[in-house]
Design a protein around this ligand. Structure first.
Ligand code: SAH
Length: 474
């Protein structure tokens, strides 16, 4: 046993929408050496982790059993004892049907320090995104969280309901399968059969679906509509307010499922845009940047050139930070600094450098560029290329991506450029994922042409319109 003890941060990831995590929770993710995460955690949150952070999945996988609770406790202890900063990332709030009690107790027994960072629990979030206030002066002055699912130690759910709570709001977690029984019990215990009920599937995400009924009708409706877990049941008069207050359902792309093909370090702007408009959007493949470490000799050689061309914003970052590490600063750069794209120009500007657009020159030139980038040879006579970084598949996301791509019914893939088509196809093949009848959208005619060559046939006009209007660029 080492005496270097780590720390465990229990973090509530929120209900789904990745924006619903707390600032403190996000900081913890950024700091983590290892993250143990559950099935219902939004995988987009893991992108915020360090490149060196390990991910351990604690949920169910196809053909595999869920990680047992004792095993989870053991792993937390083991990792903390290695001196790691461990994040235990749980869906919603860690204390609400989240077993944080058991896990924290195990840590106390081992003398391991921890913190518990609350999250937005899915009942409150689901209600909010369905346009249902959980309390309301005219309808309900209490709110109860229940499990709809019998705990292992109990045969049945204890739904004891005394008449005095009539008219109040109840949320059932994990209750899709036992919905019928639970509604029936509530009626037996005195709730009127006409009491309103809403069931919200995949709340706060683009794939959110809401069905409404009463204690009498809801279980049939849920069955007809094929509502599955995760789903939240909200019972009470407040549900009637939904018709007027609902807002999330009104978003333009609600229910739409779009993949955004990614080639390199392109931004998540498209994913953000479509998510913001109610779609379920996911960028794929997941890549991470491997930074090159420049040697003193390389830096000296590059800095002695008459001019430097940066071909990507990340090249500016890695080159300048490498310079500082070797005790060079921006005064050591040649006067002539050039860029290829607007993004790189901006990055240089942030660093206090007003650069010019790269054009032909006979001067000796250092080109600072990511690997794999084609470089226009007509810009110089004599040049030396220094690789600043490479974009590589982030294999920590392999299982996650496989699950995400196969579980959801993706309808459309957006290709922002040609390279993204190649990288998308290669990654689908590598992970052996089959996507049926995927329509596509594109940026630029040449990209469209190439997508058709690659076998994509049908353009998703609805998505395409927003791409063409450049709406996503703000
Ligand atoms: N700690 C979590 C709950 C874990 S129990 C929290 O605070 O929310 C898991 C149950 O939560 C699911 O069976 C489902 O009933 C509910 N749930 C979690 N995420 C949900 C979502 N996005 N939409 C609807 N229900 C959700």
């Amino acid at each position: 046993m080492t005496n270097q003890t780590g720390f465990v941060s229990f973090v509530g990831a929120g209900p789904g929408d990745s924006g619903l995590i707390t600032n403190k929770g996000l900081k913890s993710i950024k700091k983590a050496d290892v993250i143990l995460y559950d099935r219902l955690v939004n995988p987009r949150l893991l992108r915020e982790a360090k490149k060196t952070c390990d991910f351990i999945y604690c949920g169910k996988l196809p053909n595999r059993h869920i990680m047992r609770q004792e095993k989870i406790n053991e792993t937390l202890i083991e990792q903390a004892k290695l001196g790691q900063y461990v994040v235990r990332l749980k869906g919603g709030d860690p204390s609400v049907f989240g077993r944080v009690g058991e896990e924290a107790e195990a840590l106390v027994n081992e003398g391991i320090e921890y913190e518990i960072i609350p999250g937005v629990t899915s009942s409150i979030a689901a209600a909010a995104y369905a346009g249902i206030p959980v309390t309301h002066r005219d309808y309900s002055n209490s709110f109860t969280l229940r499990t709809g699912h019998a705990s292992v130690t109990k045969e049945t759910v204890d739904n004891t309901y005394n008449g005095q709570y009539l008219g109040e709001t109840i949320a059932y977690y994990m209750g899709v399968k036992s919905l019928k029984t639970n509604c029936h019990t509530l009626i037996e215990q005195g709730k009127t059969p006409q009491t309103k009920v809403a069931v919200i599937e995949w709340a706060t995400l683009g794939k959110q679906r809401v069905v409404e009924g009463t204690l009498e009708t809801i279980s049939d409706i849920v069955e007809t509509e094929n509502i599955k877990n995760p789903a939240m049941t909200i019972i009470g008069d407040v549900v009637s307010l939904r018709q007027k207050i609902k807002w999330f359902d009104k978003k333009k792309f609600i229910g739409k499922r779009v993949l955004v093909a990614k080639s390199s370090g392109t931004s998540f702007d498209l994913e953000d845009y479509f998510t913001g408009h109610g779609a379920e959007a996911y960028s794929f493949p997941t890549v991470k940047m491997e930074e090159a470490a420049f040697t003193n000799g390389e830096l000296t050689k590059a800095l002695q050139s008459d001019r430097i061309i940066f071909t990507a914003p990340e090249s500016v970052d890695t080159f300048l930070s490498s310079m500082l590490n070797h005790s060079f600063d921006i005064r050591d750069l040649p006067r002539d600094i050039q860029f290829l794209s607007e993004k790189t120009r901006k990055k240089l500007m942030e660093k206090g450098i007003i650069a010019t657009k790269a054009e032909f020159s006979e001067k000796t030139t250092a080109v600072i560029s990511p690997s794999g980038k084609k470089i226009d040879q007509s810009l110089f006579v004599d040049s030396h290329v220094f690789r600043s970084h490479a974009w590589e598949r982030d294999h920590r996301f392999d299982e996650l991506n496989e699950r995400i791509l196969t579980e959801d019914n993706w309808q459309t893939v957006i290709f922002p450029n040609k390279a993204s088509i190649d990288s998308f196809i290669a990654e689908i093949e590598r992970l052996r994922i089959e996507l049926k009848a995927l329509s596509f959208a594109y940026i630029g005619e040449s990209v469209k042409k190439y997508a058709i060559q690659c076998g994509f046939t049908h353009v998703d006009q609805e998505v395409q319109n927003d791409l063409e209007n450049n709406k996503w660029k703000r």
